[in-house]
Design a protein around this ligand. Structure first.
Ligand SMILES: NC(=O)c1ccc[n+]([C@@H]2O[C@H](COP(=O)([O-])OP(=O)(O)OC[C@H]3O[C@@H](n4cnc5c(N)ncnc54)[C@H](O)[C@@H]3O)[C@@H](O)[C@H]2O)c1
Length: 370
């Protein structure tokens, strides 16, 4: 049994991680500034387990971090501003919380070292996922030339203009940082590995794919595609899908992710590693929007296909789970249809302010939708 500090632990993933750690007999402390975009105006998120000790404070504030680290055995670092599109204009805000916040945490860890730190990274660091060309060779640096040239040809092609086929992306694929958020997540990852070992701390990073589940902020239009779709459907609006909806992703249930964090915190073979965490299944965005509408009993609402791309978005990226499977014994167990049904049930009890039109206007006025 340990005392675990979860930064950003009052958020969507953090609350599930807290439940999982408590269920395994740990004590949990959370450091979270409860940002308005995610939490609205609350003193304590209602879904945060009552047994969690909550310190409301900013991860960039050294004194607060020092206090939060007192008596702590290990850390799960989740505190972040989360949103690819928004990071492309709120550059300072994202870089400050994500990069500087991580720097402050590790600087404070020099004087108050812990056994292990597990940091949440993201599939966004890959940029485009891995592809295979017509000759069967793997391609790491796929580019969306059609998009660059202002054409609506969404699919990446090879140097000769031939189409590429997406394949599951493993950890060895080189990062291709296409947004400030991706850059931030890579900085968090590298900071963890650079700072942990020299100070006798065990560092681990988990690259999460698209996490979904009950409790994801429904009124935050900048992150969580399934929550955004759910919020639209709840308000009788069409889910808004950029491009043509055929882009493929891996949707992993938050309970599987919580298990992955709890395991990564204790397994000896995790130390020094960076692991993809996904379901191992890829789905198109239109497919998930349609399935969600069905789960919510809103079959009559079909998605709106915007036919434009957001700058920084990638075409296909889905998870090769073999490393996490082989080294950590990790396999996602939550069935997608069942997960959606459970999400639909939770959403039905919520009210959500639909801010998707505002988000689109924010991006369009800055030329971030093409
Ligand atoms: N949700 C996903 O699909 C996904 C995918 C990949 C990676 N991640 C990563 O997982 C982590 C958790 O994401 P989430 O989906 O739970 O997001 P979330 O927004 O629900 O949680 C983030 C939490 O961090 C807190 N926070 C923000 N700025 C802070 C600051 N300066 N100081 C202290 N706390 C602060 C927020 O109040 C929030 O509670 C993040 O690091 C995110 O980048 C999430």
């Amino acid at each position: 049994m340990e005392t675990v500090l979860i930064t950003g632990g009052a958020g969507f993933i953090g609350r599930f991680v807290a439940d999982e750690l408590l269920a395994r007999g740990n004590k949990v402390r959370v450091l979270d500034s409860l940002i308005e975009q995610v939490h609205g105006d609350v003193e304590r998120p209602p879904l945060l387990n009552d047994e969690v000790e909550l310190i409301r404070g900013d991860v960039r504030n050294g004194d607060v971090v020092t206090k939060a680290l007192a008596g702590v055995d290990s850390v799960i670092h989740l505190a972040a501003e989360v949103g690819v599109g928004q990071s492309m204009y709120e550059v300072e805000r994202y870089t400050s919380t994500n990069d500087v916040g991580t720097a402050v945490l590790f600087e404070k860890l020099i004087d108050q070292p812990v056994r292990r730190v597990v940091t949440a990274s993201s599939m966004s660091i890959y940029g485009e996922g891995l592809y295979r060309d017509a000759d069967g060779a793997l391609v790491q640096d796929a580019e969306r030339k059609g998009l660059r040239d202002g054409l609506s040809n969404w699919e990446p092609v090879d140097t000769q203009g031939r189409p590429l086929a997406p394949v599951a992306t493993p950890e060895w694929k080189q990062p291709n940082l296409a947004s400030i958020y991706a850059l931030n997540k890579y900085v968090q990852e590298r900071t963890t590995h650079i700072m942990a070992a020299p100070y006798g701390i065990e560092g681990v990073c988990l690259r999460l794919f698209n996490v979904y589940g009950p409790g994801q902020a429904l009124s935050n239009p900048y992150t969580g595609v399934l929550a955004i779709f759910a919020s639209r459907l709840l308000n009788g609006q069409q889910p808004m899908i950029f491009e043509d909806g055929e882009q493929r992703r891996d949707f992993v249930h938050v309970s599987d992710v919580a298990r992955a964090f709890a395991d990564a915190l204790v397994l000896p073979q995790a130390v020094g590693g960076t692991f993809n965490i996904g379901s191992g299944h890829d789905r198109s965005v239109t497919e998930v929007a349609t399935e969600l509408a069905r789960a919510m009993g809103k079959n009559d609402i079909t998605p709106e296909i915007v036919g434009k791309a957001r700058i920084g978005d990638i075409r296909h990226c889905f998870c090769d789970t073999s490393l996490a499977q082989d080294k950590l014994g990790f396999a996602a167990t939550q069935d997608f249809t069942q997960g959606l049904a459970e999400l639909a049930e939770w959403v039905a009890q919520q009210t959500a302010v639909d801010k998707v039109a505002t988000m689109r206007a924010e991006l369009e006025k800055r030329g971030l939708v093409a």
